[in-house]
Design a protein around this ligand. Sequence first.
Ligand SMILES: [Fe+2]
Length: 394
Amino acid sequence: MWYFYAPKTVFGEDALDYLDSMDEKRCFIVTDEGIIKFGMLEILTKKITPLEMDYKVFSGVEPDPREETILEATKICQDYKPDLIIALGGGSSMDVAKAVWVLYERPDLGIDDLYPFIDLKLGKKAKLVAIPTTSGTGAETTWASIITRKTDKGDIKLEQVHKEMIPTVAILDPVFVKSMPKGLTASTGFDALAHLSECIISVWKNDYSEAMALKAFELVQKYLPIAYEDGTNIEAREKMHAAANMAGLAFGNAQVHLGHALGHVLGATFHKPHGFTVGVFLPYVLQYCLHGDEAEETVNILGTFAKRTGVAKWDDANLDAAHKYVAEIKRLQKVVNHPTLSEMITREELDEKIDMMAEWCLESPSAAMSPRSAGSQEFKKIYEYAFENKDIDF
Ligand SMILES: [Fe+2]
């Protein structure tokens, strides 16, 4: 027996009107200062004010949100006692809101208690509505909350997961993504591409996720370059919003693996945008998974995926087709000016941190979802190869 997890999803122009149908009257909004600056909070508050909904705003979410931020927001939330929590923002705001939701409902728990094998019984105090303002993280669909923790050896990203942390409702209204700047369009778009590409070969792969990933890839391949070039193209913005959500549904039910393990560690260490930290490794982890003694299944899945998406021809050998998929990822990276690893960090920074980063990768729950396992030596080599822009040959 197996479940497909998804929130109630409202998509399209004026999707925000879904709030009209909600009976809740005290709303705790979790967001960041940028959302306020760019007028997006105002769009939301203009919607809920006539509904006689009282609201309180927590705008202290930062990129790579820290556990202290979650505890601070939880305290305010507990004092305010909302019956609705709205996450308005990118993955960081949604990750914070998910954790706050749990800790508000279950004050007996701490952040380290957010693991899959306990019964949370959420929803007794509040519902969680997620409104993404970027097209990529899929956090509105998933049951993960990525939280940064300070340690003696530097920052790490906790990957806290629980199936009850899926938002009650995801509202995907393109009004919130039409003014994303180029760099954010590219990084979040590549996050979606990493989600759909990693999950189709993960150890939890399944037909439902692959179906979502297929359509999501078709949309990303066509519309990410358009949205990047011309952010005012509403069709491209809508299609990328759908693609990111579908890639979220795909990986939320099949999991990501090595690219996110390597990327989370890179992001925690150097605080770079999440989409670029995972996007930069995507070609290399796919190549790594196409090597090794047990690569046959991965070769067949990725090769067939490449053929179905038109990236390869039907009479290509599956290994050739799979490598054409990797080449297509690299082509798309160039189209959106995705930075290389050597443009993101210096050689000295890599040399100083690589041993520790490889060790942290081993701690990542994502790493266990890879079709080909990796030890610290393999993680180090992938970091090295990515830095040198060298195809994986091991
Ligand atoms: Fe991601």
